[in-house]
Design a protein around this ligand. Structure first.
Ligand code: ACO
Length: 337
């Protein structure tokens, strides 16, 4: 059984409540229909019920009426969520008028539902930018206890079984932190290792990437990666991590052996941590497009509940898979609470 099938099976066995704020969007509706049909999750759609019913009919979707449908402008818990939003954000200067308006924004409403215990996870981004999906989640759901930053990982299913874990690798951060500090980069490395362990089910071997391998060059950007590696080793002594490594030294055994002799990671890495968002975002897209890899993500890591962002070019299948992934993250988080 492949990895995605096993994630879907795990989700079916322990159904989570996943909220889809872009509930009137056609790919989202089609994915919701399939997810309900297959019993992968309990689906909550946000949007005007009339519009949802009309689009579902046009698309020939028979299962959408089994979703919980919530109209952001008119529902029983509107006042409860408005009070909750105000309570959470009043120190940041939010006024009651602003809270009353924002609670009708489906992206805010989805996060408030999760915060209030009415949903277990959220998937959005088929229509909205990453920033617009993430901002309410960062403001309302916030990071897990002890975690400094939220970051975004991609599970890369490459065509090169000789690398990573039979061709599967995790890349991070590809979605959130434009220029992390050394401390933040260390936190991204630790979170990426946890994501690899919990979603892919293998022991992570983390490479901290740079344009230098073990002192082959000197620059303040390399110093940051070395410092991040040191902090990650200090905070997670059992973690298999090494850096700084160039990508070839991290992946190719012969290059790793010559450039970083004695390293337990060089030539064997299955988690690649990029030094900045630029390199991570460009890197995953190059591997996806030029290397024909399937890229699943971004899987957000470090958030107190799963909120995953979609690319606006996403397919129905991408939404289906991300719901299964969010459900698995929610199951994992509940187990370790
Ligand atoms: N981890 C945890 N908390 C964070 C993080 C983070 N990475 N970033 C921001 N926050 C918190 C802040 O502390 C703040 O909390 P507070 O209001 O309670 O004090 C809140 O989130 C808002 O922070 P701002 O800095 O005001 O938020 P901003 O508007 O700058 O947006 C965002 C943050 C959206 C994540 C921004 O950094 C961003 O847009 N990142 C790039 C996203 C992107 O475009 N990625 C590329 C595309 S993705 C792809 O291609 C797959």
């Amino acid at each position: 059984m492949n990895l995605l099938d096993s994630l879907v099976d795990r989700a079916k066995a322990n159904k989570q409540r996943i909220v889809l704020p872009e509930g009137t969007e056609e790919r989202t509706l089609t994915a919701a229909d399939q997810l309900i049909h297959d019993g992968v999750a309990e689906i909550i759609l946000l949007g005007n019920p009339g519009v949802i019913a009309e689009r579902a009919k046009k698309l020939g979707l028979d299962n959408v009426d089994r979703a919980t449908i919530i109209d952001p402008k008119n529902h029983d818990k509107k006042e409860i969520y408005t009070d909750l939003l105000l309570e959470l954000r009043k120190k940041k200067g939010m006024t009651p008028e602003q809270a009353t308006l924002l609670v009708e924004d489906p992206l805010y409403l989805a996060c408030l539902m999760i915060k209030n215990g009415d949903a277990d996870g959220e998937i959005a981004g088929a229509q909205n930018t990453t920033g617009d999906v993430l901002r309410p989640a960062l403001q309302i759901i916030k990071t897990s206890p002890g975690v400094k930053v939220v970051s975004g990982a991609f599970i890369m299913f490459t065509q090169t079984p000789q690398y990573g874990e039979n061709g599967i690798l995790l890349f991070a951060d590809c979605a959130v932190m434009p220029n992390p500090t050394a401390e933040e980069l260390a936190s991204i490395a630790v979170a990426s290792a946890q994501t690899m362990r919990s979603l892919v089910g293998v022991e992570p071997r983390v490479a901290m990437l740079s344009f230098s391998t073990k002192g082959s060059a000197e620059h303040e950007m390399i110093d940051k990666v070395r410092e991040a590696t040191r902090i990650a080793k200090e905070t997670s002594p059992s973690l298999l991590i090494d850096g700084e490594l160039q990508a070839d030294a991290a992946l190719v055994p012969a290059v790793g052996a010559s450039k970083a002799p004695g390293s337990a990671i060089a030539g064997k890495a299955n988690v690649l941590v990029f030094p900045t968002l630029e390199s991570g975002n460009i890197g995953y897209k190059l591997v996806q497009r030029l290397g024909n890899a399937e890229a699943i993500g971004p899987v957000l890591q470090g958030m107190a509940a799963p909120v995953n962002d979609l690319s606006r070019g996403c397919s129905v299948d991408d939404i289906y898979k991300m719901v299964a992934i969010a459900a698995n993250q929610a199951i994992g988080m509940k187990q370790y609470k």
